[in-house]
Design a protein around this ligand. Structure first.
Ligand code: SAM
Length: 220
């Protein structure tokens, strides 16, 4: 069930507080890697990048399964706005580095990563902030580096659920076509763009997301 964001509410604070509150519940679901999608998409990195490449996982949650899989092959780092999620991530993936930060505001030097992943996290960023985030991601990537991101399937300024897995939650997005345009406008070349449907056990029926894989080509 979605409804309107309460007047005056701060979307990113709702997300941070929400994931603090549901950290354990969400982890049970995330560990299932429904549809094996994270694992399947991480192959775009394991088959294209040398081991020990620097990989940044944006909105890493509790580190499982995404950051953990990445850390098997790569020098992995994770960022998340929820301190509760990051506490779990540090425990779950001790060989990766984590920081609590808003992915819209966090800073890294240009060309410091060979890949940036964002599994189901950009969908929580207010969509007017997403183009700027994509530009930052493109800046952080080295030439030849890859980006993998999950985007909202529906076109929606804001979706708000006052009780998602037990806490208020917020989502936002432009839908598949405009998300692809946004990635390209940031200077990334799209390698793959697909709608993927998963069954999220706690949340009811099937949900579709748009998955984009892109590359920072020479001269971009
Ligand atoms: C659906 S969970 C996905 C977690 C993990 N990537 C996975 O694959 O299961 C979304 C995560 O993104 C984080 N997140 C959402 N908005 C964020 C923001 N603006 N900055 C940092 N993290 C954010 C949330 O705290 C949450 O841990």
């Amino acid at each position: 069930m979605t409804s309107q964001l309460p007047a005056g509410a701060n979307a990113r604070q709702i997300v941070a507080d929400g994931y603090d509150a549901i950290a354990d519940t969400y982890l049970v679901e995330a560990r299932k890697d429904n549809g094996g999608l994270r694992e399947r998409y991480i192959r775009y990195l394991t088959e294209g990048l040398p081991g020990c490449s620097d990989v940044l996982d944006l909105g890493c949650g509790a580190g499982e399964p995404g950051t953990k899989m990445l850390s098997v092959y790569f020098n992995a780092s994770g960022v998340d706005i929820s301190s509760g999620q990051i506490a779990l991530a540090r425990y779950n993936v001790p060989n990766a580095r984590f920081q609590v930060a808003d992915i819209v505001e966090v800073e890294f030097p240009d060309e410091s990563f060979d890949a940036v992943t964002a599994f189901y996290s950009i969908i929580h960023v207010p969509r007017e902030l997403q183009p700027g985030l994509l530009e930052k991601i493109a800046g952080w990537l080295r030439v030849g580096g890859r980006f993998i991101g999950t985007f909202h399937f529906g076109e929606s300024l804001e979706d708000y659920n006052p009780d998602w897995l037990g806490a208020p939650m917020y989502w936002s997005g432009y839908g598949p076509e405009d998300s692809r345009l946004m990635v390209e406008a940031a200077g990334l070349r799209i390698i793959s763009a697909k709608d993927e449907t998963i069954q999220f056990d706690v949340d009811g029926g099937p949900t579709t997301f748009h998955w984009i894989v892109a590359e920072k080509a020479q001269g971009q």
